[in-house]
Unconditional design. Structure first.
Length: 327
């Protein structure tokens, strides 16, 4: 709709992870290098985490394109909310193995034979699990056991776990200490700085065909985009895509900060509520604190009552003889 008006051949700010639009910051370069090195050197476990919308899936797509050209076979799990058997069935199916009617032990045997056969031909095999923060503890343990396929020198199955920051918390659990100790490489993707946001936006506009991105998105507009998106690439895309639509509707030659402000308000980007689980946890903690304070107050009252009784006995006792009882 707005492409011809803004001298664009394609939409520059699509939300879908398109490897052709990869903008390589230092953090992205380091993360991609770590993923590739971990696979090619057969290091076993590699973990990539980051905040929502920072480009983890895009980076994985770029890696998979590279692996395709290197004759590396991979299974890509993008929805890990599965049982152990379903998880193994999905992996085996993605490797092109038959899965119908097979139980867990048969699936494991087929996967083992497949990985060993590829290793004997000096070929690399990779399992990529996206959204890995959704993996249950039991399923993460199943993933760890898959790395027992190894020679004295290297792992036969390379495993990439990609997920949000919650994955780091899960891997810190005492039940998963064996898996955590096997992680060979770790990377983290954070938000973009202001300069990176500017480079990210201009790079996408240039790739889409616009010859003068600075005229379309002036610096004061970029400041507004960065402020509302907090440097999260997915939110940058959302703001810029809608800004171009609004600018076209107004026949504006450039996107103004006011347009970005209106879109941010429409999308409620400044509104963040705690999740229901977090609220219930906070409420529970508050109840525990109140109960603890009540118990402390009760204990203090009992202590004061005991001291008062003891003082009374001492006063009354002082006025009687040795053999006289007192009440």
């Amino acid at each position: 709709m707005y492409k011809r008006f803004y001298n664009l051949q394609r939409n520059p700010f699509e939300i879908t992870p398109d490897p052709s639009f990869l903008f390589t910051t230092k953090k992205h370069n380091e993360a991609l290098a770590a993923l590739y090195y971990g696979v090619r050197r057969r290091k076993g476990f590699v973990v990539l985490t980051g905040e929502v919308g920072t480009g983890k899936t895009l980076l994985v797509r770029c890696l998979l394109e590279i692996l395709n050209r290197a004759n590396v076979a991979y299974a890509y799990v993008f929805n890990p909310r599965l049982s152990a058997v379903e998880f193994l069935q999905y992996i085996a199916g993605d490797f092109g193995l038959a899965t119908a009617g097979k139980n867990k032990s048969e699936l494991l045997l087929d996967l083992s034979n497949y990985v060993i056969a590829r290793h004997q031909k000096s070929l690399t095999t990779v399992l990529v699990v996206d959204e890995a923060h959704h993996l249950s503890t039991d399923l993460l343990e199943e993933v760890r056991l898959l790395t027992n396929l190894e020679t004295p020198h290297e792992k036969l199955l390379q495993i990439l776990l990609v997920g949000q920051s919650e994955l780091d918390d899960k891997l810190d659990a005492i039940d998963l200490r064996q898996l955590k100790q096997r992680i060979a490489l770790r990377s983290y993707l954070g938000a973009l700085s202001l300069d990176e946001t500017k480079g990210y936006m201009y790079r996408r506009l240039q790739l889409a065909g616009n010859p003068d991105p600075a005229q379309l998105f002036p610096m004061d507009t970029i400041l507004e985009v960065h402020r509302h998106s907090r440097g999260i690439p997915r939110l940058i895309n959302t703001l810029c895509e809608n800004a171009l639509i609004h600018g076209y509707a107004q026949q504006a030659s450039s996107v103004t900060p006011k347009i970005v402000e209106e879109i941010a308000t429409d999308f409620r980007l400044g509104v963040v509520h705690a999740a229901a689980g977090e609220s219930s946890k906070d409420d529970h903690a508050a109840e525990v604190q109140r109960a603890a304070r009540n118990l402390l107050d009760l204990y203090a009252s009992l202590q004061r009552a005991q001291r008062s009784t003891a003082d009374l006995r001492m006063v009354v006792g002082a006025g009687v003889t040795k053999h006289e009882p007192y009440i």
